[in-house]
Write a protein that binds this ligand. Sequence first.
Ligand code: G1P
Length: 297
Amino acid sequence: MNKRIRKAVLPVAGLGTRFLPATKAVPKEMLTIVDRPIIQYVVDEARAAGIEHIVFVTGRNKHVIEDHFDVAYELEDTLKARNKTAALELLEKHRPQPGSTSFTRQQAPLGLGHAIWCARDIIGEEPFAILLPDVIIKSQVSCLKQMVDLYERTGGNVIAVEEVPEDHTHQYGIVELAEELSANASRISSMVEKPAPGTAPSNLMITGRYILQPQIFDLLSAQDKGAGGEIQLTDSMLTLMKDQPFASLKFEGRSYDCGSKAGFLSANIAFGMDDPKLVEELVPFMRDMIESPLAAE
Ligand code: G1P
């Protein structure tokens, strides 16, 4: 029996410079997609996969994330007094159980590998998930749940992958696949972080969802700097691959890179289209925008 995936790490220490000045006083993870902050989508995905404890690796000026996942006493008291039951239920539905979150700080921006390593004591000796909150995924079944289902069959380590255009591969971690394990899953034979243009082993990017064995922490603690002068998670995974199997999953669903403006706006449109009332207003508006001469200005 494979050990159950109970804990997830969400690295949220990044500065969000691509969204300045919006992110001067508000963490990028708190920017909203329709009516929920980005981070809420990621926490909801993790909880839908059975995750019981979420470790946020934060940085300075990120305390509002901690407040967001706490009880908002004054607000909820006022809502109760006004019999706003639906609003109260909504808050409750999205709130993790007491004691099921931890917050630790990455004290210096040394890279994703270093951020994950900061969670080592809280995770301990069990396999765990990582969700990068720049990426949100719209799918029928939570992307992480799809990965957990695969992990229950394969054990080891599992990484979500998806195709990107060839000329985008240098922006991501890229995997090389070996034999197929099942319809959407294959064994991974190699991976590289941000390969130089023209050198990528495939066009399959690492999407930002991982299930990893705890031995990754030993490798991360000894890790040298990699691509971009940062401690890279991909480099430690490549080393771990010498001892342990890694499987890729081409998940059902579509990812949105909310670290880019185009991805963030696309996510707002895509998730907005889930609400029939918004569709009624949005679709004619978008048609107008495209057809109107103003759109070209
Ligand atoms: C990180 C990972 C990379 C992955 C990407 C997905 O890169 O290092 O392997 O493909 O997230 O968004 P970053 O976007 O932090 O540069």
